[in-house]
Design a protein around this ligand. Structure first.
Ligand code: GLA
Length: 343
């Protein structure tokens, strides 16, 4: 039987570069994402076709996915390998991959692809209780097969998202708490900075991870979020600024939850601005093109605007008050359902 699975991308309202630091984040799944259709095949191979990559094809033995896949192939091969290692009895299939999120957009095309591949290969809608483990499996594919040392933010949002709701994720405990995203007529939009990013070893993302690991080593703690303010202040640069960003960003996540609960949406805008300033000045993850986009959105009436996702390019998230005309290139985003099989 043919099955079609949808994996959504995500917008992270606030809480950036906190996931791999045992901190807090507040993402939600969006309507854009990746659809993978799996059709049973005779034989012993997996065949995959990436329609967004000009119809490129991959073919490999289900029993032995090769390690040397580049780009989108690494996701497919890694997913088949990791699901098999986890004890799933996969069948030969032809996988058709189609997406609506540009790569390098900061809206998590990677997690959307991983999650859609997983559901299509499994051929089922996993129950809620199984989804956290599946998020970890997807993350292993990204870390070990694709070579991006990303955290669990994107996969958790894509698998556990719910309409109307952002997820407060505590990465120390992996506790996930739904928070109603009732914006009282305000609108969240994304705008492309025009600069694509990648989370591979060549970019700043893995360097930031290494700096955070070094800060933990110096302070003899397991995650940056366990650092005390005083000891963080005494660290050498740039470790001092990296740790201060994470501690402040964690506090901003809970401040955002409280502002949402009190329906004080303008405060959410201020928190988005503060998050962006911290990512730029303490985490050094902005670029001139992102700065121009943020400034333009502020000039066009945004109450808050910040880079979203890994930074170093990608999309900017902005919050507009009711009645303010949206910029022509703005795309409204709201929380949609998590990954699911399509009818
Ligand atoms: C990327 C990674 C996530 C997270 C964010 C930054 O989206 O995939 O794991 O680290 O960057 O918050």
């Amino acid at each position: 039987m043919t099955v079609s699975a949808f994996g959504p991308g995500r917008v992270n309202l606030i809480g950036e570069h906190t996931d791999y630091n045992g901190g807090l984040a507040l993402p939600f799944a969006i309507a854009e994402g990746v659809t993978v259709t799996a059709t049973p095949l005779d034989g012993t191979d997996i065949v995959a076709i990436a329609h967004d990559a000009g119809g490129e094809e991959d073919r490999f033995a289900l029993a032995a996915p090769p390690r040397d896949g580049e780009g989108w192939r690494a996701f497919v091969r890694g997913m088949v390998a990791e699901l098999t290692t986890a004890g799933h009895d996969l069948r030969p299939v032809r996988l058709e991959i189609r997406g609506t999120i540009a790569q390098g957009s900061g809206l998590s095309s990677s997690a959307a692809l991983e999650v859609a591949l997983a559901l299509a290969l499994l051929g089922t809608d996993p129950p809620a209780a199984d989804r956290p483990a599946l998020a970890r499996l997807c993350s292993r594919v990204e870390n070990d097969w694709v070579g991006a040392r990303t955290g669990l933010l994107d996969q958790t949002a894509s698998l556990l998202g719910e309409p109307g709701t952002a997820l407060r994720i505590d990465f120390q405990t992996m506790e996930v708490t739904p928070i109603a995203l009732d914006l009282q007529g305000w609108q969240l939009v994304t705008v492309d900075s025009g600069q694509s990013h990648s989370l591979s070893a060549a970019d700043g993302y893995n360097e930031r991870r290494a700096e955070c690991a070094e800060a933990c080593r110096v302070l003899d703690i397991e995650t940056v979020s366990q650092a005390g303010l005083r000891e963080a202040q005494d660290l050498q640069e740039p470790l001092r600024r990296r740790v201060l960003h994470v501690l402040d960003e964690n506090a901003r996540v809970d401040a955002t939850v409280q502002a949402l609960e009190r329906h004080e949406i303008r405060d959410v805008g201020r928190l988005l601005d503060a998050s962006h300033a911290s990512l730029r000045d303490l985490y050094d993850s902005s670029t001139p093109q992102v700065e121009q986009t943020v400034q333009r959105l502020k000039d066009q009436g945004a109450a808050g605007a910040r880079m979203v996702g890994g930074g170093f390019g990608g999309h900017v998230l902005a919050l507009f008050p009711p009645g303010t005309p949206l910029p022509d290139d703005a795309h409204t985003v709201e929380p949609g359902p998590g990954a699911h099989l399509k009818d």
